[in-house]
Write a protein that binds this ligand. Structure first.
Ligand code: ATP
Ligand code: MG
Length: 353
């Protein structure tokens, strides 16, 4: 029996609704597999927890989480109770940083049955690999007033180690998929960090002569995400560029409610964390209409990460069949409830297995 120790943090708002739905799906595939079992430990850490305890998580939270094979997170943030920078900083960002989750992975794929805002969308299926620990999002810099003017400096910090590891990850992923990698650069305008980015890309690419590689300036690449997303496969980008590209990728898929994400720890010292792109959506919490697909697709990414790719593929097929049959929540133009969507996904899985 393969046992997977799972830390589950439903968090705030619709996180508390969609996480149990995704767990139902995980239990279904574990049953089908027969030799797989999830041992879930659920933690109530959330904005409500902050109101009661003055912190987002207890002091031994990281110790507790570090025992698990993976962390399955819903959404964090309830601005009516706690300011976002406190709730996110006290939980999400802390886990990402302390557990060295240096890479953020976000698929952007036009699922069968989804309507894209692009007028003539061709089938696209890409994965954005974003550097998650350094780059443009740095605290280095400051403000001065020299008596004449106000001067602000914001530094971007790139390390050889940081850039190399995200490139390696992206090349490996491209090799496993269609063998095609796109890098986001801007070395014609950003004259220190981006030429360095390009240099590391070219150095790492020597080891991957089987992977076809292109390096495109971020402005043009953003446009290509709209005009020809079907030409992209794996896309590797710095922290800021990856942040922007993954939002464009999410937008062209049709809804934030279906988009999944993973924060990957590479050195195996700590667990990776799986959380959908969407937030806690306080505006629809409690109505039973949250789209569970973002969380369920996130569970699929976690299955892949845990070496259960066949089960992962089964889950994604079942999601697509559900959408194709028009079983959709209101955010994507349907009339179904969250529970109906999950129930249909589960029966599709059981039918296919
Ligand atoms: P974050 O919490 O990441 O800062 P946010 O609070 O700005 O994000 P979300 O909570 O993701 O944004 O919600 C943005 C909009 O998308 C809201 O109108 C919300 O209702 C809708 N939305 C988000 N997730 C879902 C979902 N799973 N199903 C349906 N609608 C959703
Ligand atoms: Mg929010």
């Amino acid at each position: 029996m393969k046992k997977i120790e799972l830390s589950v943090i439903p968090g705030d708002g619709i996180g508390k609704e969609v996480v149990p739905e995704a767990i139902r799906v995980l239990d279904t595939v574990a049953n089908i597999h027969g030799g797989l079992k999830f041992n879930n430990i659920e933690y109530p850490w959330s904005s409500q927890y902050y109101v009661e305890h003055g912190k987002m998580m207890p002091d031994n939270a990281l110790d507790l989480l570090s025992q698990s094979d993976a962390i399955f997170l819903g959404a964090i943030g309830d601005p009516a109770l706690v300011k976002d920078h406190i709730s996110l900083g006290g939980l999400l960002l802390k886990i990402r940083r302390e557990f060295e989750q240096v890479i953020n992975v976000r698929p952007a794929k036009l699922l069968k049955g989804m309507v894209s805002p692009l007028s003539n969308p061709k089938d696209f299926d890409m994965i954005i690999v974003r550097e998650n620990s350094e780059g443009e999002y740095s605290s280095s810099g400051g403000r001065v007033h020299n008596g004449i003017d106000e001067i602000v400096v914001q530094n971007a910090v790139f390390t050889k180690k940081g850039v190399s590891r995200v490139m390696e990850y992206a090349f490996e992923l491209a090799r496993k998929r269609s063998g095609h990698l796109t890098s986001a650069t801007k070395s014609n305008g950003i004259v220190h960090s981006m030429p360095f980015w390009d240099e590391v890309l070219s150095e790492i690419s020597q080891k991957y002569s089987d992977v076809q590689m292109q390096n495109i300036h971020i402005d043009a690449l953003s446009a290509f995400f709209i005009t020809k997303p079907q030409t992209m496969d794996v896309v590797v980008a710095s922290n800021l560029f990856g942040d922007i590209l993954s939002d464009i990728g999410g937008a062209i898929m049709g809804s934030i409610g279906i988009a999944p994400a993973a924060n990957i720890n590479l050195n195996g010292k700590y667990p990776s964390m799986f959380e959908p792109v969407h937030g806690s959506a306080p505006d629809i919490y409690g109505k039973g209409i949250a789209n569970p697909i973002g969380q369920i697709w996130t569970a699929k990414m976690m299955l892949d990460h845990l070496g259960e790719e066949e089960l992962g593929a089964l889950v994604l097929e079942a999601i697509e069949d559900t959408l194709h049959a028009g079983i959709k929540t209101p955010d994507i133009g349907g009339k179904s409830t969250m529970t109906e969507v999950t129930d249909t996904i589960i029966s599709n899985i059981e039918e296919k297995a």
